[in-house]
Design a binder for this molecule. Sequence first.
Ligand code: ADP
Length: 499
Amino acid sequence: MDDARTALAFADHLAIQLRADFPLIVVDTMEEQRVVARAAEVCRTLHVRCLTWDVMTGFTSVTEGRPMAPATDAIDVLSRLRQMSSDTLVVLKDFHHEWEDHRVLRAVRNYAQRGGAAGPSVLVVGAGATVPEALRDTAVSLTLPPPSRTELQEVLSEVCRTRWAESRLDAAGLEHLVDSALGLTLEQARRVFTKAVVNDGVLDLRDIELVLEEKKAVIASSGALEYIEPTVRPEDVGGLDTLKEWLRLRERTFSAAARDFGLPPPKGVALIGLPGTGKSLTAKAIGALWGVPLLRLDVGAIYSSYMGESERRARHALQLAEAIAPCVVWIDEMEKGLAHGGNDTGTSTRVMGTLLTWMAEKTSPCFVVATANDVSALPPELLRRGRFDEIFFLDLPSRQEREEILGVHIRRSGRDMAGFDLTAVADRTEGFVGAELAQVVHDALLSAFDAGRELATSDLVAAAGRVVPLSVAQRERVGALRSWLAEGRAQPASGHRPW
Ligand code: ADP
């Protein structure tokens, strides 16, 4: 897949706005150089003059490549625009800071309102450039997607050429390196590629790690996304056979070969169940199972008290995820994020709308795993048929599953599970969820260590006696979840029935 299509779409949209003599276009991005480059290309095709302006240098002609008269006062800039011919596009860098002054905002509004072909089209670009309320009816905002593979490849070749670097990567290695840079801005990519080659003058497999490190930092700075290291292996998840088999089957449909075969990538899966039943664990295992990055989307972190900022963050996070695709996007405890506020003047509804639209319309292979403990807090439209490929319900583990989960944790402590009577422990842990079984093993290890002897089945049985499972303390909650399942809204994650 090449996402050059989306980059192209930006140029197409811009061309449409210019042909329609649209007075004011706003692009919220820190990649102003890419915007100027795209704008210049579009202008060339449409035979339109292209100028840029910033507060330090004033107007500069991009098409003719020369600086023009300086103009640093915003009102003055707008009066100069009135003297220019309409077959011009003027890119105003960071001009959104200027319209924080109400007089400038008024002047922009006057400029934009005087209609059609009365002057140049203006494109305001900058990080955080959003359309203020007063300009909503006259301005259009365009989105610049993150750099495509093709653009990153070009930067990489340029860096290697100018730095005389020797590449020790074969075609697959180079592709991998470019893929690891997906999600970075062009400048960030240029910086990290340069760092990679100036280190030792060569480009090799070790540089992929360097690029990935940079990307993790970029993802973290987005505020709402987190890159999760692939530490959970599929064999660390005990039980849940139906769910695991479903995921195993989808692994191949997520591949490039499947896409070439004409199979659309799977959209996503919802995992619903009591806390501690292994929903997060499964989400983490999918990344490792499919060999793609796992990004955790913190819906709560998307919310901001600033008007419009929450949707902007949501869009930015989803765009970043799309740029990194193929990947798994894990929406953790989605009921918490989406039930946010309730009286927050519709912000949570709009954020959810952004998410739902994205889930329905995304064509890139971003597989969504949404986990939730409490179905009653979820908006019903989220779980409507067709939104997810499947909705799984993770019930209390059956006896056999409890044995498997205990086995996973015994193995993780470096012991052979054959040395224990796990059936006896499973018998005494009815109603325990995976997290409680993990706790039983942990407590048993503690007591054995404290007593200065090796772990025995009796330690596990004794530890089980000390835990009061949540399913006992919250019997009603289990009942409510199960009746939800009985209404046929989800598929059991395991073929074993615990009751
Ligand atoms: P939740 O369903 O609340 O997301 P988690 O996946 O976070 O639960 O489970 C918490 C911990 O409990 C896991 O890190 C793991 O140690 C243990 N656990 C839960 N379910 C399982 C399972 N099916 N197999 C192995 N361990 C499990």
